[in-house]
Design a protein around this ligand. Sequence first.
Ligand code: C5P
Length: 220
Amino acid sequence: MTDLIVAVDGPAGSGKSSVSREAARRLGFGYLDTGAAYRALAWHCLDEGVDVEDARAVAERVADFDYAIGTDPDFYFVRVGGEEITSDIREPRVTAVVSAVARVPEVRQGLTELFRRIATDSDRAGMIIEGRDITTVVAPDARARVLLTASPEARMARRSAELGSEPTESTAQQLASRDAQDLKVVDFMNAAAGVTTLDSTELDFEQTVQALIDIVRAAP
Ligand code: C5P
């Protein structure tokens, strides 16, 4: 059973996945990317020809969702039905539909239970869990709770760098539209009571990782 849970939330492009993973690596903790699970389910729905706007059809896919995710920061993978889809879940066609899948209540409930089980089963000293509702819903009792933010400009520049392209109007629109859809389900822009805000706008990657590690080390 993992003793020290670190909950990290933030919007798209805040750098929370790469920062959380590197911090976990240095701390010897496990790392759980919950967005990857929502993406894996979205990928599975597309693969099975499920209409993602049909909430009932999507909900039916959760019960038998044969999904595996690595929690070793040095060996990260995502599999569905034994098939490795680690990079496929980042494809634009998946990003375009993931919010529709993630707003289905049965999906959120099913995946939340799965995340808690993964954290409980881990034999690591700690685990960093990152997503949108970790500080508030998945692990509200986590020893360290952090909201990682950055200005819209900084987030767009990072997302463009990830995609290997220049920042474009459409990248900005896609980012804004995904955040707007996701915000209807959970507030990941304002820190809930007791959550520490880490604004990375003026920080580089190394400084942000260090700031997160400092918060974890100062946790009670
Ligand atoms: O973090 P990432 O951008 O990969 O997340 C993909 C999508 O998964 C988000 O846009 C959101 O719809 C959903 N998500 C969620 N709750 C989480 C993590 C991700 O709804 N805890």
